[in-house]
Design a protein around this ligand. Structure first.
Ligand code: GDP
Length: 520
């Protein structure tokens, strides 16, 4: 099978949602379609403390959440499906963000009883920033939820993306009857069990119990309103991340899930060319290339191993092949490789653009590294740095251990587990994270891997803004606008709140304050 044919079959995506919107339930249904699991309830879950591959750390077990992002892959019809899991917990970390740099599309689940929630908004911003196509599944139609028009309005207003409803619900909650499938002009009936009967629009009059039903009549009226609004479905706009196809359904029932899955994978993009060193690297290029988007230490505590996750971007990966690491120019033999299938890790022999492989890391890789077959190297565009939201000073408990402390800090920074800053006035270490959980993981790993106890000092939530080095006048910054440097020696100010940010901007209109989300 040629590289080109294999690549075309790949559908690599992540599912994003707010906790409890139904991601686990939907993922599980997808895995059932792929015959990866035999019955529902096997992937779960929060209570039993297991999600797929990622029950590797005590913290996860104690808190019953998945810290790591795992990868699930299976063939479905003519496709090869790769699902990258992102932790649904509020305390997610930069891994979640970075995972989004390794996918070609995203499924966004919205709880129809709630609408858009904080976590969805954060993750959505990253997708938008990177122009990743987004497919929306509005879940829990079997419960009394919000008005569908309101939900679409909210998506358009809050997320700034056009919506196109692929189907339309007929009632909800107890009155839920099914959906009107706009593409195929048919009514798909909800029967309360997994069978879904379809009735073409022009045969509905043969079913008086439907034709005379009030819920049914109002759904048709709503559909007319929708048609009248004149939004055209545009595959181009979807591919550019400017329009999102919206599907209504219920992951639990399940209802509308298989149709959603099939339409999604037929529309979802195959791996696209990626920018590297000023060029575009095509996924059907013969030579293998890929980049590291995540490094995970101690996945197996017994072996103290580190695994680097590689997104394959072109060519064919074969176990045992030699690649060049662009950063050092060194040649490396990739002998120990893994694919991640639900709950096990298997040795992988070959992979193509779109696939994710795990390679053994003898402490030589860094996040963002490019691996290339052959001697002619290039570098895939830098992964963006994500703006931390929580900041804490960190100190070593026992000064005698300062050396290990620095070593641990350095390695965890390299791994991308934390972002490190130094305050200019007092030369203290400040750690930035996108969620509280990152601190717990940091503390745990410092203790267990470097045998160093650490203590945190809260400096409260902060809003980071990067500064241009020629505009930095130290006298203008104080505690409310703490001046620090990041590890690339860029200056930034950590503002106490919106008020101090605005106040500073008013006083110093000629200082540019740069939001990372805008520059990335
Ligand atoms: P996650 O946190 O996003 O992974 O959400 P889960 O899949 O764990 O679902 C959260 C809760 O919502 C669970 O109790 C599910 O059984 C429930 N749930 C998920 N999908 C549906 C649905 O379509 N209808 C209803 N009524 N409940 C659902």
């Amino acid at each position: 099978m040629s590289v080109q044919n294999e690549m075309k079959k790949r559908r690599t995506f992540a599912i994003i949602s707010h906790p409890d919107a139904g991601k686990t339930t939907l993922t599980e249904k997808f895995l059932l379609f792929g015959n990866l699991i035999r019955e529902s309830g096997t992937v779960k879950g929060k209570k039993s403390g297991k999600f797929a591959t990622s029950d590797w750390m005590d913290i996860e077990k104690q808190r019953g959440i998945s810290v790591t992002s795992s990868v699930m892959n299976f063939p479905y019809k003519d496709y090869q499906v790769n699902i990258l899991d992102t932790p649904g917990h509020e305390d997610f970390s930069e891994d979640t963000y970075r995972t989004l740099t390794a996918v070609d599309s995203v499924v966004m689940i919205i709880d129809g009883t709630k609408g858009i929630e904080a976590q969805t908004l954060k993750l959505f911003k990253v997708c938008k920033m990177r122009g990743i196509p987004i497919f929306t599944f509005i879940n829990k139609l079997d419960r009394e939820g919000r008005d569908p028009f309101d939900l679409l309005d909210e998506i358009e207003g809050e997320l700034g993306i056009e919506t196109y409803a692929m189907n339309w619900p007929v009632g909800m909650g107890k009155r839920f009857k099914g959906i009107l499938d706009r593409q195929n002009e048919q009514f798909v009936q909800f029967t309360g069990n997994e069978t879904e009967t379809s009735i073409p629009y022009d045969e509905i009059n043969d079913h008086p119990e439907l034709a005379e039903d009030e819920t049914f009549a109002s759904a048709f009226e709503e559909l007319e309103l929708l048609d009248g609004a004149g939004v055209e479905f545009s595959m181009d706009a979807v591919q550019r991340g400017e329009q999102t196809p919206v599907f209504f359904g219920s992951a639990l029932a399940p209802f509308g899930v298989r149709t959603f899955f099939e339409e999604f994978i037929s529309m979802a993009p195959q791996p696209a060319p990626r920018k590297a060193s000023g060029d575009m690297i095509s996924p059907d290029k013969e030579e293998f290339s890929g980049f590291i988007f995540k490094i995970q230490a101690n996945m197996n505590p017994a072996h103290r191993d580190r695994v680097a996750f590689v997104r394959v971007c072109s060519g064919k990966f074969e176990r045992g092949m030699n690649v060049t690491l662009d950063r050092t120019g060194k040649s490396i033999k990739l002998a120990q490789t893994q694919q991640f299938v639900a709950s096990s890790r298997e040795t992988i022999q070959e992979a193509y653009a779109g696939d994710i492989i795990g390679i053994y890391d003898p402490n030589v890789y860094r996040i963002g590294d490019t691996l290339v077959e052959g001697k002619e190297t290039f570098h895939f565009e830098e992964l963006p740095q994500f703006p931390p939201e929580v900041f804490k000073k960190v100190v070593v408990e026992n000064v005698m251990k300062s050396k290990q402390f620095k070593k641990g800090l350095e390695q965890l920074v390299q791994e991308g587990a934390i972002q490190l800053f130094r305050s200019l006035r007092s030369d203290e270490y400040i750690i930035g994270a996108v969620g509280q959980l990152q601190y717990e993981v940091f503390e745990y790993r410092m203790k267990n891997e470097y045998n160093v106890g650490v203590r945190f000092e809260d400096i409260g939530e902060r809003i980071p803004r990067w500064l241009k080095s020629d505009q930095v006048d130290r006298s203008k910054f104080d505690d409310r606008s703490l001046l620090v440097k990041d590890r690339e020696e860029n200056y930034l100010a950590l503002f106490k709140n919106d008020f101090s940010l605005r106040w500073f901007q008013d006083k110093n209109p000629d200082i540019d304050l740069i939001d990372l989300f805008e520059v990335n």
